[in-house]
Design a binder for this molecule. Sequence first.
Ligand code: BMA
Length: 369
Amino acid sequence: MKSYVFLIGVAMMMVACGQKTIVEKTQSELLKERLETLQQKGYMTGHQDDPFYGVHWEYEDGKSDVLLSVGDYPGVMGFDLGGIEMGDDKNLDSVPFTRIHDELIAHHERGGIVTLSWHPRNPRTTSPDGGRMGQQFPEGSAWDVKDTTIVKGVLPGGDLHEKFQTWMQRVGDFIETLKDKDGKPVPVIFRPWHENNGSWFWWGQKLCSDSEFRGLWDMLQDYLRDERGLDNLLWSYSPNLDGQWTEERFLQRYPGNARVTLIGEDAYQWGTEEDFIKQLTADLDFINDFAKKNGKLIALTECGYKNMPDSTWYTRVLQPIMDKYPLSYFLLWRNYKEEYFGPVPGEPTADDYRKLAASEKVLMLKDIQ
Ligand code: BMA
């Protein structure tokens, strides 16, 4: 039914264009083409929450740890919607949504690319003023995984379905406000339900069946893309570093070619360097082949080495792996005082990042404008 309504919409647009039957490209299609072009040139740098705070500062206009380290912004900036579902003013990391709105648009206006993730709270256990603020973490948060019936509950017919519809509506309302100065929707790489092959979020591997997971993906996508008509979203499917992908296993939860434009992976080094290199190489071999066969873009949608115990990690460990694949971008996770993954200005990590950024294949903002 929904795809029927969608087709009628496309047909009407074609009629509206008269005999030429030109269908105007959507913002997400244009973004896809831009990513395909850029991917020929190299891979973009990216950083989560880049313009909000760093290891030694917070909320100073125009500031960014990447900018302070190399003199340019990253190509990609990532932001998180966690908390929007509750109608909160600030996200799960205390960033005001008004600020996310403004900085996301500002990065787009300066020629950068933006991506949104979403860590929605646990719809059964969260309290209205809960999440990290009012409840004892992980209770009530995306990481609250005591109960394996949450996904089932939010699907049609489930006890949480109605509540979740309001949650999706709030996400849609926020995305709808993302317009450039001419009123055109800002294209956004959207990657919900990330790291779903792990079991640390309520939508994770052991928390729902394959068909429940796919139902969850489809429900959100059908709502935002088809019902709300938000055609500025470029959908990214982002499982976590795995090390053991087979096509059969990957396909169990893959939403399908019609639903995904970019396949990403979230890859942190938590253990030894040797394991990280082995697993990431195996995964990217698999994902790259799969993406080629299926016409998809690929990226490291989150990555890093927490608090950088090794200041040469970017160029010595990460770069040689990234150089082997046609990645769109790599997004280092956020820099804040207790936990950082990006370069820290004035410290050896910044020198290493500068070396990385100087590589021909590595694209900063100025390289993509
Ligand atoms: C995690 C950590 C958390 C944060 C969450 C969402 O990896 O950085 O501190 O709340 O991402 O940004």
